[in-house]
Design a protein around this ligand. Structure first.
Ligand SMILES: [Mg+2]
Length: 444
């Protein structure tokens, strides 16, 4: 997302300079030609789970990272669970307090990947300009569709919704607009299975009443800053003078000024520019707060196991690692670094993550949760130059071992084989000794 924002900002920046010179009304710069769709699968993980087991449609359902422990985190929920107030990101035990008969299942990332591909196949019947944002969302550039499809953007959106529902059995919400930011906002406005069109004529009444953080590009920090200055809605944001936004937020401020007026011009990335998955991550709350480097290290080792397993399931390896930490006063920090070689091995991931953490984190207070994300992803089997210092044979042996462990974990359940170091980790939830343990397997 950072990349998209940067590009959007750049495109706008030239445009903005031009506006400042001429001092003309900004409405004249709205691009009426563009037709951008944002298609968002509704309750994606939960909907896919319901397809594989239709009985789940009738019960409140949640997908959670580690459903066997009460501390697993809710990744997704269906409509029933939503009605009970079950929220993404909370712990299973919290969710069960709201809904005692909540059915909790583990995620099946290979199913989600498959469904994600099938959705994109439908989208590609309408345009070759499809930019995925995560597994369940895509931007589509349908500019000129009246001519080449004989349909308006809204008609195409309705058809896509019908096809996804009838051919794949899940539903999508689609936003139709003249830029990416508003298209994304549109898909959020009405769910499930709905089309929302935001036009140059109606965007002020449709979105200016919404809180600023409903707009793409307004993150937690920006939202907080705006709110403390008394700017809560997008309409209030639109009333802030551009100079003030620039002074407060720099380039982002200029971008916000433009975006809220419908002047955002970010391109929909196509083909090679867009990687289907931009990151694979795993994070978890510690059972008790982490207080020093040693505790963070063993927690990272534990997280890396599931992350690496997930990455291999998606057929990915990562050239970069992003670490996110939340302190016990709920402040968030993220640190990232790109490496010369790619990996999908948990020990290597943990080492790199710890390196990033040691380099960049300043201890202020204990940590409540830690996440590790693989970024700069490539296909698992993509060729790669080994650096001189690297031992190719050892690496191959590790990869063979990973494949064997995956098969065991697939057959007997995740966590069947685990690192000895993780078994008695007082901070890591859900890593009890199970049937089969090969304590030193990962250190061969
Ligand atoms: Mg979604």
């Amino acid at each position: 997302m950072a990349v998209q924002l940067k590009n959007a900002g750049k495109v706008f920046h030239t445009h903005y300079a031009h506006r400042r010179e001429k001092r003309v009304g900004y409405d004249a710069h709205i691009n009426h030609e563009r037709v951008i769709l944002h298609s968002d699968c509704n309750s994606f993980y939960a909907s896919v789970e319901e397809l594989y087991d239709p009985d789940l449609r009738r019960v409140p359902l949640a997908v959670a990272g580690d459903p066997e422990t009460r501390h697993g985190i809710i990744l997704a929920k269906n409509q029933w669970a939503k009605m009970y107030g079950v929220a993404t990101g909370e712990a299973v035990w919290e969710a069960k307090q709201k809904c005692a008969n909540l059915v909790v299942v583990p995620p099946h990332y290979d199913w989600y990947m498959q469904m994600s591909r099938l959705c994109r196949r439908i989208y590609s019947d309408y345009t070759d300009r499809v930019e995925p944002m995560g597994m369940d969302e895509c931007f589509l550039d349908l500019t000129g569709c009246e001519r080449y499809l004989g349909k308006s953007g809204r008609e195409a959106a309705d058809e896509i919704r019908t096809r996804v529902r009838e051919e794949l059995g899940i539903t999508v919400s689609v936003g139709v607009s003249f830029n990416k930011v508003f298209a994304k906002l549109g898909s959020d406005l009405k769910k499930p299975d709905a089309t929302t069109e935001i036009t140059p004529d109606n965007f002020r009444e449709r979105i200016w009443g919404l809180p600023t953080d409903s707009m793409l590009g307004v993150g937690r920090a920006t939202y907080k800053k705006l709110r403390s200055a008394g700017v809560v809605t997008l309409g209030q944001l639109a009333a802030v003078p551009e100079e003030l936004l620039e002074a407060k937020f720099g380039k982002i401020g200029l971008w916000l000024w433009a975006a809220v007026r419908g002047l955002e011009r970010g391109e929909v990335a196509t083909g090679e520019e867009s990687l289907p998955i931009k990151s694979v991550g795993h994070s978890s709350n510690a059972l008790r707060d982490l207080e020093n480097d040693a505790e963070v290290w063993s927690f990272m080792l534990w997280i890396s196991q599931e992350l690496a397993y997930r990455m291999r399931k998606c057929g990915k390896k990562a050239y970069g690692i992003m670490v996110s930490v939340r302190e016990n006063d709920l402040s968030w920090y993220t640190y990232q670094k790109k490496f010369g070689s790619a990996t999908s091995n948990d020990a290597v991931i943990a080492e790199k993550a710890f390196e990033v953490f040691r380099e960049k984190h300043k201890w202020r207070c204990p940590l409540r949760s830690v996440g590790i994300h693989g970024i700069y992803l490539d296909e698992l089997d993509a060729p790669e130059q080994l650096t001189v210092s690297e031992d190719g044979e050892k690496r191959e042996r590790l990869e063979r071992l990973d494949r064997t462990l995956d098969e065991l974990n697939d057959a007997f359940g995740f966590g069947t084989v685990t690192r000895a170091a993780c078994i008695r980790n007082p901070c890591a939830p859900g890593m009890e000794l199970r049937e089969l343990v090969m304590p030193n397997a990962r250190y061969m």
